[in-house]
Design a binder for this molecule. Structure first.
Ligand code: TYD
Ligand code: ZN
Length: 411
């Protein structure tokens, strides 16, 4: 692990990595066999800043390696997520837009319009900012106004000049991807009306700590946020945390509600969560030493379990070639000797190998038509939906293996 000091991305304090996950490929870098010799790896180290409470990657690969024209993540493919974003849009309408004259909503990272279409259909003025051109085009096809640009203060000024200030600025699973958080926060603060509201949600640090779900850490997630850190990060841009709303998505997320200081009352949820984070020690470096040993224990246990099953002659298959699984497989050193293949419903992943660990990814049918003895649940954030539809696997004697919150066989 490197000893070098780096500046905290939020507050510029000098910090050092406290843990490395080892050489890591791009989490969504599924590749063909002939591409494996040139595969890219970076040392995935994490650091915690005690000054502002921010958990962050020490170094993030170049954005071009992570997001390119083949990066086609279409939010609308998941039914559960569709419902989630419909409810999110309803909350924005009820809580923020109600009673306002001709309100204007801006979403950053609006993907294929999964959330904004609810504003478009209600004839509410809206604008999506989505740098990925292919998904932005999919949104426009649905009648969702979308521009394909990166958001910063300059773009915020351009939007204000053209449309006026926004009553609501919203995003989901976007903020934790953006390394230059200060530039985006400054742009958001400029874009908002004096009494406008900013809402965003991302995987929550408290869940990651309590579940040892270290698989939230991968190249794209430069931050794992807490209320402590979000409060500190936005304070210097004049925005105040006015509410926090826990969400079940992505294995435990938090929705942060912010507004220009003094413009809205602060919900009691905010001091309560800040207090809870303090009592859990989420704001202290010592806690992250504990997290590191929890990760090491998880790695040991998963290897021991898979090796025992192999010795017993059992077939083990992975379920869901998630981005998260790249961290688990590479950190734990698990390859095709322990996991026969991973089944996944995403066509562009099928027929390829998992990044770094080189386990074949096969279509869902490979799992359904020849059930293994054990299925390792990499898509654990969708467990409810998956257990519901895989009744015949378990009734036929198949068993699920999980590693969150602890490694084990689900009985
Ligand atoms: P996702 O939840 O987006 O996780 P991540 O952000 O870590 O990539 O991805 C879920 C993956 O699991 C996606 O590749 C589709 C796959 N999947 C299945 O193969 N079957 C299923 O039933 C579900 C719910 C997901
Ligand atoms: Zn800091």
């Amino acid at each position: 692990m490197s000893e070098k000091e780096i500046p905290c991305r939020v507050c510029d304090a000098k910090i050092r990595p406290f843990m490395t996950f080892g050489p890591m490929p791009i989490a969504n870098g599924f590749l063909k066999k002939e591409e494996t010799p040139g595969e890219y790896f970076f040392e995935m180290e994490v650091a915690f800043c005690e000054a502002c409470g921010t958990f962050q990657l020490a170094e993030q690969p170049d954005a071009k390696r992570m997001f390119h024209e083949n990066y086609a993540f279409f939010s609308s493919l998941s039914r559960h997520m569709q419902i989630h974003f419909q409810k999110y849009a309803e909350l924005v309408k009820d809580r923020v837009l109600k009673g306002r004259k001709d309100p204007f909503v801006v979403e950053l990272g609006s993907n294929d319009g999964i959330m904004l279409r609810h504003f478009s259909e209600a004839k509410i003025r809206h604008l999506g900012v989505e740098p990925s051109k292919n998904v932005a085009e999919a949104a426009r096809q649905k009648g969702v106004n979308t521009i394909s640009e990166f958001f910063d203060l300059a773009l915020a000024k351009k939007i204000v000049a053209e449309h006026g200030h926004a009553d609501a600025v919203i995003c989901a699973n976007v903020m934790c991807h953006i390394p230059d958080i200060n530039s985006v926060a400054a742009g958001m603060a400029h874009l908002l009306q004096k009494d406008g509201v900013l809402m965003f949600e991302d995987p929550y640090l408290g869940d990651m700590f309590s579940k040892t779900s270290y698989d939230q850490i991968y190249d794209e997630h430069v931050f794992i946020f807490s209320a402590t850190c979000v409060g500190n990060a936005f304070k210097k841009h004049g925005l105040e945390l006015i509410d926090v709303l826990p969400q079940p998505t992505h294995g435990g997320s938090m929705r942060y509600v912010l507004a220009p200081k003094g413009s809205h009352p602060v919900s009691p949820n905010v001091p309560a969560l800040l207090e809870k984070e303090k009592s859990l020690g989420l704001d202290r470096a010592k806690t992250w030493e504990q997290f590191k040993s929890n990760c090491e224990k998880s790695r040991e246990d998963l290897n021991a379990l898979l090796k025992k099953l192999k010795k017993d002659g059992k077939r083990v298959v992975g379920y869901g070639a998630t981005s998260k699984s790249t961290t688990v497989l590479n950190y734990c050193g698990i390859g095709p000797d322990l996991i026969e293949f991973i089944s996944d419903t995403t066509p562009i992943k099928q027929g390829k190998l998992t990044p770094g660990s080189h386990i074949p990814v096969k279509p869902y049918e490979a799992f359904a038509e020849n059930h293994p003895d054990y299925a390792l649940l990499f898509a654990w954030n969708h467990a409810t939906e998956i257990f519901e539809k895989e009744g015949t696997f378990t009734s036929g004697g198949g068993k699920w293996i999980t590693f969150v919150p602890k490694v084990g066989i689900i009985e």
